[in-house]
Write a protein that binds this ligand. Structure first.
Ligand code: GTP
Length: 180
């Protein structure tokens, strides 16, 4: 069994990646956040799966594409964060983020992806209509979750899903075409 879990958050600027990380750590919404959170390590005894967990932020302001690709190669699971109130951040999941992950890791990679819809405090409507087709098309997408760094809704669940995706993979990742 893996001795640690490294979770990377990526996504368009302003979707709330840093806020999500700091909300998890402090259990309250940070009104002001830096561009990029320092890498944090959650000790094994306070994680649900009892495995030390590193959480890594990404900021386009501070990192170039090469640094991003290095982080994608180092992590065990990627959370692609979007904002439920910003359609463009959803279209970029398939236009930019999933292709970049696949290009960086190769087509047969085993790194699970979790789609994270942040800012669900803003809208009553759900983003699931747009997200379910993406889950169906991309086998590497393990699960999705809507959450809010502001109200803390589903924040601990999100990091639990990420841990679980690494420690208890749901089986070989295959694409529908390969299945036969
Ligand atoms: P970059 O560093 O540019 O990549 O942005 P980021 O994805 O780290 O977003 P950041 O955490 O800096 O948040 C961007 C803005 O969204 C800030 O003004 C946050 O206060 C706000 N924000 C973050 N999470 C939430 C949320 O759950 N609900 C609401 N209403 N606002 C949020």
């Amino acid at each position: 069994m893996r001795r640690d879990v490294r979770i990377l958050l990526v996504g368009e600027p302003g979707v709330g990646k840093t806020s999500l990380i700091l909300s998890l750590v402090s259990e309250e919404f940070p009104e002001e956040v830096p561009a990029k959170a320092e890498e944090i390590t959650i000790p094994a005894d306070v994680t649900p799966e009892k495995v030390p967990t590193h959480i890594v932020d990404y900021s386009a302001q501070e990192q170039d594409e090469e640094a991003l690709e290095e982080e994608i190669q180092r992590c065990h699971v990627v959370c692609v964060v979007y904002s439920v109130d910003e359609h463009d951040s959803i279209t970029q999941i398939t236009d930019k983020w999933l292709p970049l992950i696949n290009k960086t890791l190769g087509p047969d990679h085993q790194i699970p992806v979790i789609l994270v819809g942040n800012k669900c405090d803003i809208m009553d409507a759900t983003s699931m209509e747009s997200i379910i087709p993406i889950m169906n098309e991309f086998a590497e997408v393990e699960t999705c979750v809507e959450c809010s760094a502001k109200t803390l809704k589903n924040i601990s669940e999100l990091f639990y899903y990420a841990q679980k995706a690494v420690l208890h993979p749901t089986g070989p990742l295959y694409s529908a075409e390969d299945k036969e």
